[in-house]
Design a protein around this ligand. Sequence first.
Ligand SMILES: Cc1ncc(COP(=O)(O)O)c(C=O)c1O
Length: 370
Amino acid sequence: MSGDFLALAQPGVQQLSPYVPGKPVDELARELDIDPATIVKLASNENPLGASPRALAAIRDELAELTRYPDGNGFALKSLLSSQCGVQLDQVMLGNGSNDILELVARAYLAPGLNAVFSEHAFAVYPIVTQAVGADAHVVPAREWGHDLPAMLKAIDSNTRVVFIANPNNPTGTWFDANALNEFLQDVPERVLVVLDEAYIEYAEGSELPDGLEFLSAYPNLLVSRTFSKAYGLAALRVGYALSSAVVADVLNRVRQPFNVNSLALAAACAALQDTEYLAESRRLNDAGMHQLQEGFRELGLSWIPSRGNFIALDLGQLAAPVYQGLLREGVIVRPVANYGMPNHLRVTIGLPVENTRLLEALAKVLVRG
Ligand SMILES: Cc1ncc(COP(=O)(O)O)c(C=O)c1O
């Protein structure tokens, strides 16, 4: 007799709904029987610019070394990050995407009987990693779609070990300023690790969003996580990093896989980090695209949640699923966010100008058809 391997899984895992990614281009191309090149994907907050040429060259150089294990300590990348971020080398920890870091935090600090606090409409991985280790989730109602930091403080109890906050948040794009962050950090008990997820922070340069790194020296219970998947354009390679106290970095290093970031990813991330022109162009393109999309939405009479990321949550004022399906039929993939408690919204990643135009034209058609 075979075992019931669902019932045998850890209780938190049995109840888990897997992460739902954006629909892949090839999948839609197969379904519609059309050329994948004609499809526009604005569904996964990827960088539409393509990878930095310097990152591509670094990957080519690294190919000769494919038989070797990567540097498990990621020395070159950590050195660059430590000097760029103004922290010690032992405060930097690398992840297989910043997703890996979120998971390692849960593995290291959460367990049954303990809990993590995060906001309603927050990034889907927070509930997944919390539940996977059997910990409880304290989900705090959002305020105007964003984090209600004072309410999140109140949700912390003696069993809370981790608070996840994202600035800006995905999928809402909402943000908080330096004062709000400082007040929050001042009041969070010292034994609670605050994970400040800054996956999109590079897009917010020059805005009222604080740089989380400026709070690290004052708050040893703060961990800032960042990624090369968004503004650095390397989503496929899976590289993220955490900046924290040396103690927290040491703990996370104990539970990560020995070679969690591969050598092509390490080489590309080093090159991308030094390609300041690429980053500037990513920002410029994003700012222009944000403007273009907002203008287009306004003309279509649609509203949206103001965003500081590379995406916008569009409010359709009605169930968004039929519009999502209609857009798919037009060859445009966006992201439904009903699983985030936002059934009337669609999250749209800012694309190249031609891609944004395709989306706006497709939206106009689909909305007219009703
Ligand atoms: C808020 C937020 N955090 C973390 C991630 C994880 O990204 P990655 O694992 O590619 O670094 C994402 C990806 O969409 C995100 O939106």
